[in-house]
Design a protein around this ligand. Sequence first.
Ligand code: NAD
Ligand code: GLY
Length: 364
Amino acid sequence: MSVRIDVGLGPRSYAIHAGAGVLAQAGNLLAPFARGTVPVVSDENVAVRHLPALQNALTAAGIQNRPIVLPPGEGTKSFAGLESLCTALLESGVERGGLIIALGGGVIGDLTGFAAGVLKRGIAFAQIPTTLLAQVDSSVGGKTAINTAQGKNLIGMFHQPRIVLADVTTLTTLPPRELRAGYAEVVKYGALGDEDFFGWLETNGAKVVSGDTQARIHAVAHSCKMKADIVARDEREAGERALLNLGHTFGHALEAATGYSERLLHGEGVAVGMALALRLSARLNLCPVNDVVRLERHLRTVGLPAAIADIPGPRPAADVLIAHMAHDKKAEGGKLTFILTRGLGKAFVTQDVPDDALHEILSA
Ligand code: NAD
Ligand code: GLY
């Protein structure tokens, strides 16, 4: 069972197929884009669990394929990782008019998309996301990047995939903590633009997290639909797309202050960041306090952190967090940009946040 969602970008339009069993159909779905040998880029954790099923589906459809398996983890999304992937892709025999497949989480998707974008001045690629975060966010919208010593995702390009295949059955092998971290990005869609979806999550979120297939399909498909619509209206983040960064300015600062360590996964940082964004909104009399309570309660119900105090280890100081925010690429013209909200589902972009209110929220 699967749902098709279209990302309407004129000549760069593509379909997202979200459901259970999509991997088994990958051969037929990818056949229109495949030419010659198709490299399949993955990481060691994903390859051992899901590469054989994908290769079987490709082979059954007559698609020659060649796996390229990289070490797992954020460190692979680096200049060194890009160089070794580009070398392996050039040696794979991939054609200029061919296809590259990314099978994995956001690390593999972001790195492979970037490599595909620069290799031979641009080769088509397909996203087969295997984490919840990648299925609802990173595989859709064409942002690709690597990290450098100066920060995350500072070197990259927009390169849209030709197709996205999100099979929720691949999530059954994902460590529960990674699953919950990805779920924070699902909550983000409700919090930024759809209060009814947030209400659905309050009722069904525990099922999404515990493994109910139908609930997962609905959560992934609805999130992808919301992202697809936003990206179609604002591909290059000139305006509305910035709403997808709800919780990220705070989240990135928390990730940096905790050393990008096991203390805080990206999605967990987004969870705390969203709670801080709503608290700041309430402090500025923009958002009902009850909406802050609902968000924090829901995050905690599914096992996500909802406050700085929930992060294990020493508490990062407000000044340290503000300094990290100033380095974030969302700081423009010396002013910090925030995504605040007038209530659940009503996010907006602003640079108008008094320093004392920010300091107070980060110190509370
Ligand atoms: P990830 O790719 O590192 O995956 C997390 C871990 O889960 C890894 O150890 C991976 O090997 C493992 N894994 C993946 N799928 C698995 C499966 N099905 N079963 C078992 N293990 C599995 O991390 P992520 O959270 O998917 O993505 C994070 C990255 O995404 C970051 O680099 C972030 O910057 C990027 N990102 C990009 C965008 C975008 O728009 N391009 C949006 C959000 C995040
Ligand atoms: N993850 C934010 C975006 O794709 O714009």
